[in-house]
Design a protein around this ligand. Structure first.
Ligand code: ME8
Length: 663
């Protein structure tokens, strides 16, 4: 069966991931998870665009060999995406040999069949947008029509791709397939772009030293980075090596990107290249709007470029929310506020407001108060005979259908609004029925019936939020004592909880924000986030959650063996060690924990040099919540003896396999 193939753009590695690139990748992850939940086999591709002149230029400015620079940056992207709970299937890098082979092969084929021909290029090039512009499109100032940066003049021999030959076929395809380009506004933009007439595009750059060499013509330099980059989507299917088998993935079902790179590149050059290769076109191209910050475009010079993990960490610090759930809360904000047709404002105040309102007050509170009352009045067990009212069952099913339809249309803001209607319905139902009063008056049967609606709603929400907040979904399921998040097509089951089903103790997932989030630093705008007023609990509802975590118990408290067993300590072998920039105390250690690689940050730089550590074996607590330390995601903690505040390393008595359990 063909897999549902989803792609993001591959990102230039001249800068680190930010909320813009995170947006597209998170939307793609949510779509991929949604399709998986619905039972489809999914193939989710993301990666990095490394052969660009601007990438080479930045590496040179920093005095780093370009290959080393792109290796390091690709790792930063992978780590950031993984830390954001993004579950891609393949991470492609355009410096990989398999990709270069595809670029070479396609260039040769199109040249042989006359779709690529040699000419002279005289015109302007924007290195920031990596785009050629005909002299007719350029004004007096010689600046880029897209980004306004100064252009470079090019006068060189080059190869052209015969884009103009595909203009009418492209127009026909767009007109005949209303869903090929979405949303509507992008489709119209593209048709407008085509109406201006398509010119052939330069697809090689002479004199350039970084990129895929033009095949069989060393004088011609390298292949134009966009021609190279677009082919990543084909490389990742194994098109060149797998014969017909690549059709288990090809063509893409959904290609996601920002509006900046849709009309000119993904909706024009890309399908024309595929037509020239006689390959089926993607089913759907979706171009979302941009994040803007303080009503302005994000840019390094304005200092308003947010780093996603720092936003999540600031939220965790300010609220006391565990980092995995704060990361999910960030994901929720991104998908709830995502710019679809037009642009949308990103702000830390907005993150806080959604967190306190939608997550702490609505979702968290519904789960918490329902479980609290189940424990208070029913000893934490589902009472016999309870079942969801038919009216509510219909309403829940209708909201699931609406959410499904919106997610399918990549409209997560609408999908989440529809899902939250279930929470509002339960809150209204509780207000009307007052189960706490029923229980105190001895009408436990009716109280149980009412609370059952809250349980079913929480179960349904675990399904609907999974694409957006996977860890939160799992935690909701755990508190409901379900072995896993239910399947999408079983999101509403009126009698899902049998009589006697034991429920876990409620644990607040989203403690309310009390403090101002500490500023999300390096990549943070000057503006500080505003403190958000804590919305009061709904009046007269004694069971509204107390969301603060219990204070840690006193030091002398003894722990049980069960508590000790929760600590997963393993022996790790140190594979690499380096200083964390601008820190005298911290080292970044890359560990082998039994076939799995982990990075941790350890405060031992004053006692040990990186060189002393390579190959050493140390005990590491591996199930510690990840923490962002000086821009590095630390995924565990090494254990060492503390001698007058100085760390002294511990080693096993003899060498043991990496990953050995300590107990
Ligand atoms: O264009 N708001 O890479 P890139 C929303 N390598 N999304 C944004 C954004 C913002 N303010 N800023 C960036 C490239 N994005 C090429 C792609 S694909 C074959 C080659 C997102 O690193 C959005 O998805 O400049 C945009 O399309 C992408 O980042 C551009 O990433």
């Amino acid at each position: 069966m063909k897999r549902y193939y989803i792609t993001t753009p591959i990102y230039y590695v001249n800068s680190v991931p930010h909320i813009g690139t995170a947006l597209t990748t998170l939307v793609a992850d949510a779509c991929a998870r949604f399709q998986k939940r619905r039972g489809r086999a999914v193939y989710f591709l993301t990666g990095t665009d490394e052969n660009a002149p601007k990438v080479h230029r930045v590496a040179q400015e920093r005095g780093i060999p370009t290959q080393q620079f792109v290796d390091e940056m690709a790792e930063v992207f992978e780590r950031t995406w993984r830390a954001l709970h993004i579950e891609y299937d393949v991470f492609i890098r355009t410096t990989e040999e398999r990709h270069k082979r595809v670029v070479t092969e396609v260039f040769r084929r199109l040249r042989e069949q006359g779709d690529i021909y040699k000419g002279i290029y005289q015109g302007w090039y924007c290195i920031s947008c990596e785009t050629f512009f005909a002299p007719s499109k350029i004004g007096e100032a010689k600046t880029c029509p897209d980004c306004s940066k100064p252009l470079e003049w090019r006068d060189e021999q080059c190869y052209y791709f015969r884009l103009s030959a595909y203009e009418s076929r492209l127009r026909e395809h767009i007109l005949a397939n209303p869903h090929f380009i979405e949303p509507e506004v992008r489709r119209n933009e593209t048709l407008g772009f085509l109406a201006e007439g398509l010119q052939d595009v330069a697809v090689s750059r002479s004199g350039a030293e970084w990129g895929v060499p033009v095949p069989d013509d060393p004088e011609a330099g390298v292949v134009y980075v966009w021609f190279d980059a677009l082919l990543n989507y084909l490389t990742a299917t194994g098109w060149l090596e797998r014969g017909e088998a690549y059709l288990d993935t090809w063509p893409p079902d959904l290609q996601l990107m920002g509006k900046d790179i849709l009309p000119r590149f993904h909706a024009t050059i890309w399908p024309a290249m595929l037509m020239a290769l006689n390959l089926p076109l993607p089913e759907r191209l979706y171009g979302h709007g941009w994040w803007i910050v303080n009503k302005q475009k994000m840019s390094k010079s304005l200092g308003n470029v947010y780093a996603p993990l720092e936003v999540a960490q600031a939220l965790a610090d300010a609220s006391g929310c565990a980092l995995p759930y704060a990361i999910d809360a960030f994901r929720y904000y991104v998908l709830r506020e995502m710019p679809t047709d037009s642009d949308a404002e990103f702000s830390l105040e907005g993150v806080e407001t959604r967190y306190n309102g939608d997550l702490a007050n609505d979702l968290g509170n519904m789960l918490h108060r329902t479980l609290s009352m189940m424990h208070r009045y029913f000893d934490g067990r589902v009472p016999a005979g309870a079942r969801l009212d038919a009216g509510l069952a219909d309403l829940f099913a209708q909201q699931v259908a609406r959410t499904t339809e919106a997610y399918e249309a990549v409209d997560f803001p609408r999908g989440l609004r529809e899902a939250w209607q279930i929470i509002s319905a339960v809150n209204r139902y509780y207000d009307e029925q007052a189960p706490w009063t029923l229980a105190r008056q001895g009408n436990t049967e009716r109280a149980g019936q009412v609370l059952y609606a809250g349980l079913i709603a929480a179960r349904t929400l675990s399904v609907l939020v999974e694409p957006v907040m996977p860890q939160v979904a799992r935690e909701i399921a755990r508190q409901l004592n379900l072995s896993e998040v239910p399947r999408w097509d079983e999101a509403v089951v009126a009698d899902a909880f049998p009589a006697g089903h034991p429920l876990q103790e409620p644990v607040p997932i989203f403690p309310r924000l009390q403090a101002k989030p500490s500023a999300a630093t390096p990549a943070t705008p000057a503006a500080q986030p505003a403190a958000t007023a804590t919305p009061a609990s709904p009046a007269g509802q004694p069971e509204a959650t107390t969301t603060t975590e219990p204070k840690p118990t006193a030091m002398q408290d003894l722990i049980t063996i069960e508590e000790f067993k929760r600590l997963q300590i393993r022996i790790a072998t140190i594979k690499a060690a380096e200083r964390v920039p601008k820190s005298t105390k911290l080292l970044k250690l890359t560990l082998d924990v039994g076939g799995e690689e982990r990075v941790i940050v350890a405060g031992i730089a004053e006692e040990y040099t990186p060189e002393q550590l390579i190959g050493k074996q140390i005990p590491v607590l591996v199930n510690l919540q990840p923490a962002l330390i000086r821009g590095v995601v630390s995924e565990g903690m090494m254990l060492a003896a503390d001698v007058d505040g100085k760390a002294v390393l511990l080693h096993p008595d003899r060498e043991v396999p990496s990953g050995s359990i300590v107990r």
